[in-house]
Ligand binder design. Structure first.
Ligand code: B12
Ligand code: SF4
Ligand code: SF4
Length: 213
């Protein structure tokens, strides 16, 4: 691993990230049109993705929403720190916000943090189409930083953490929103039907014993 990649990871973990991964900008080839790192930074080479755990196992919607929102500012700060370190080393860096109003409206982000997280080894896309991490299940909040620095990429996550589980399908209040259908090899949901109840997020049994913070 390059010295800069290593330093960046150690620094971000010390500053409060629970998981940090790096992927190459090239790994976004199959991403939606307009949602590639090079659409944001023309000479993008690497994407750093950070996850912070969210203490929302088994809680109701209002608590889950508050717990998730409470992580947006810490994540912004972590991403700012990552971009500042890269800038001081002479590189360009652009923060992709954890989620913006326009991204929720358009049903697609500037880049997909879930996609970046899978490619940088943090977890897999589960049946509910959320990122599932081995330690925290779905209960993480994500942010990414795009840079022209050539960092050492992590291995993409290859495992399947869902197996025969169907908890998210069973708890979703809008039938047919979560199904076992895959597109391009990944689970998809019927996005427009989602009522944002957080049930798939709070109920995933993976990492249920890890409370998070
Ligand atoms: C738009 C959006 C929504 C939309 C659409 C959700 C969706 N499934 O895309 C709505 C409003 C429905 C929504 C709901 C929720 N969201 Co939301 N949402 C976003 C946002 C802003 C963009 C996601 C996006 O770009 N989707 C478009 C594309 C990527 O989605 P897609 O077409 O389904 O993607 C598939 C394809 O790209 C395919 N694929 C094709 N080629 C390839 C190649 C590779 C390598 C990979 C991996 C995949 C892949 O796999 C993907 C997954 O199925 C992100 C923040 C961000 N910028 O990433 C948060 C985000 C995904 N949401 C989040 C959360 C917490 C939620 C909710 C739990 C609560 C809420 N906010 O209401 C629910 C859960 C619903 C669900 N089961 O998905 C978290 C997810 C954390 C996690 N563990 O994954 C994010 C990352 C916000 C954050 N920064 O933490 N969300
Ligand atoms: S947030 Fe609620 S409605 Fe949306 S997919 Fe998850 S369980 Fe279904
Ligand atoms: S609830 Fe079960 S099926 Fe759904 S994402 Fe979590 S492990 Fe996968």
């Amino acid at each position: 691993m390059s010295d800069l990649s290593n330093r960046l990871k150690i620094y971000l973990l010390e500053e409060g990230a629970d998981l940090v991964g790096i992927t190459s900008a090239d790994s976004f080839e199959s991403a939606l049109e307009g949602c590639k790192p090079t659409d944001i930074l023309e000479d993008a080479r690497s994407v750093i993705t950070m996850a912070v755990s969210v203490n929302a196992a088994g809680v109701e919607k209002a608590k889950a929403m508050a717990a998730w929102r409470g992580k947006v500012f810490p994540l912004d700060e972590l991403a700012f720190k990552a971009s500042r370190l890269l800038f001081r080393e002479g590189y360009k860096a652009i923060v992709v916000p954890s989620a913006t109003h326009s991204a929720f409206q358009a049903l697609k982000g500037e880049i997909s943090h879930k996609h970046a997280a899978v490619m940088s080894g943090l977890g897999c896309i589960g049946k509910c189409s959320l990122l599932v991490t081995p330690r925290f299940g779905t209960r993480v909040a994500l942010i990414s930083v795009i840079t022209d620095a050539m960092l050492t990429p992590d291995e993409a996550f290859e495992g399947d953490l869902c197996g025969d589980c169907s908890v998210c399908i069973d708890v979703c209040p809008v039938e047919g929103t979560i199904n076992e259908e895959k597109k391009d090899g990944y689970y998809m949901i019927m996005k427009a039907q989602c009522v944002k109840c957080y049930k798939c997020y709070t109920s995933c049994p993976v990492g249920m014993d890890e409370v998070g913070h």
